[in-house]
Design a protein around this ligand. Structure first.
Ligand code: RAT
Ligand code: ZN
Length: 417
């Protein structure tokens, strides 16, 4: 087979690889239909996505009272988002454009002025049908959920024996243990675990027992926590001690990677509720220290601040037990995805997971992946053309293999150990 040489051939080969590669979405907040209202879908969910709610309050500060907004039914909240962000102005932000992309991909007319036809369209499909349709349109084969055993609604469903769906893999999320120990300790105590606020050896053992039970119940592919910019390691703070004495030894025992999501400042504006979290610069050196102190553990990492991306990529070069993934949340913005992906390829080759969607609403898989893939196509084409210009023979099958790796294959390999 002839090597691909000119730019149009390379671009076509990359596009084909992107079209045929199945995606593993390594971090989402999606759930299978049997988890009932946790499995969000439809136009009202799309419009009340917290990324859009934050934008609504920016433009309708005088017209909408924040407290009153939260007391309104979801359909009314969606009407307000539609009116202020989609009717009174062009929906040009990334989160707004995402809704437009979804409507178009689903065969709905984005120019529709009222929401009732969209609502009818979504009401006509069963959750199972809609799931199949969206997975097909987005080329997503597997999604990794976010499973918090301290979320009462979710925990009750699993404890009641909610059925599993192979397309949805679990991730054990433990933010409340690492970041809110005083409340979480009290809850664990109430649930019969003999934990003390001071974190004695016996307490570590009890936390471990709790986590162990949930690992056996959920069979997660990794454990994870989002950590604030103040996180340090080593450190005498609770999060660092819990990680050192409890979480990481347990993760090692179960062969589970631990995903560190660095740089979130929770509730910088609590009136916005879920939309009220912000970003701060993280101490990426702490991650390197973790990788060095626990060489037999595997770490996944994504960082929220643009300013931390370069350091994270360099740390990944130093530690083969670290796998970088995705452009997280505020980083999932086309200009930042482009620069971050370009840099990661230049420093790491293909040894990272290009993207995760963070989708909270099923249909978001469509836009988050199609927007990201457009960027990956541009970046990869440039990089492969540079390589061809240097005299390297490029082959279609090789490009396909590498694209499959970037779209989740490399992540699976890392997770599998
Ligand atoms: O992107 C988001 O929706 C955020 O609210 C968070 O869920 C974040 O991704 C997280 O996992 O903490
Ligand atoms: Zn998330």
């Amino acid at each position: 087979m002839n090597a691909l040489t000119d730019r149009s051939q390379v671009a076509a080969a990359v596009q084909r690889a992107l079209d045929v590669s199945p995606i593993t979405d390594i971090h989402t907040h999606l759930y299978p239909p049997q988890l009932g209202r946790l499995a969000r879908t439809g136009i009202d969910e799309l419009l009340t996505y917290h990324y859009l709610v934050a934008e609504l309050f920016r433009v309708a500060r005088d017209a909408i009272d924040t407290e009153r907004f939260w007391t309104q039914p979801q359909a009314r909240q969606a009407d307000l988002v539609w009116e202020h962000l989609f009717q009174r102005r062009s929906p040009i932000s990334e989160a707004c454009r995402g809704v437009v992309t979804c409507l178009q991909a689903l065969g709905l007319d984005p120019a529709q002025r009222d929401l009732s036809d969209y609502r009818k369209y979504f009401a006509a499909a069963t959750p199972e049908q809609q799931l199949a349709r969206v997975l097909e349109l987005s080329h997503v084969r597997t999604v990794v959920m976010t499973n918090d055993p301290l979320d009462e609604v979710e925990a009750n469903l699993w404890q009641a024996g909610a059925g599993r769906d192979d397309r949805f893999q679990a991730a054990l999320r433990i933010d409340p243990i690492l970041c809110a120990w005083s409340q979480t300790g009290a809850r664990l105590r109430a649930a019969g675990y003999d934990v003390q606020p001071d974190l004695s050896a016996a307490t570590f053992g009890e936390v471990r027992r709790f986590l162990d039970e949930w690992i056996r119940r959920l069979r997660p592919v990794y454990a994870a926590a989002a950590l604030p910019p103040s996180f340090r390691f080593p450190d005498e703070a609770l999060a660092a001690r819990l990680l050192k004495h409890c979480v990481l030894p347990l993760a090692k025992e179960h062969g589970l990677p631990f995903a560190v999501m660095l740089g979130v400042r929770r509730q910088v504006n609590s009136t916005l509720r879920l939309a009220g979290d912000g970003v701060g610069w993280a101490d990426v050196a702490a991650l390197g220290n973790l990788c060095a102190a626990f060489p037999d553990n595997r770490f996944l990492c994504t960082v929220l601040a643009r300013e931390n991306q370069h350091e994270l990529t360099v740390v990944a070069r130093k530690f083969p037990n670290l796998h970088v993934f995705g452009c997280w949340w505020f980083m999932n913005t086309p200009s930042l995805v482009a620069e971050t992906t370009r840099m990661r390829i230049e420093l790491l080759g293909h040894s990272f997971t290009f993207q995760h969607s963070d989708a909270r609403v099923l249909e978001q898989l469509i836009y988050k992946w199609s927007h990201s893939k457009t960027i990956l196509a541009q970046v990869l084409t440039d990089k492969y053309v540079d390589l061809a210009d240097s005299g390297w023979p490029l082959r279609q099958h090789q490009i396909e293999r590498e694209v499959t790796g970037l779209l989740g294959g490399a992540g699976w390999q890392f997770i599998a150990g």
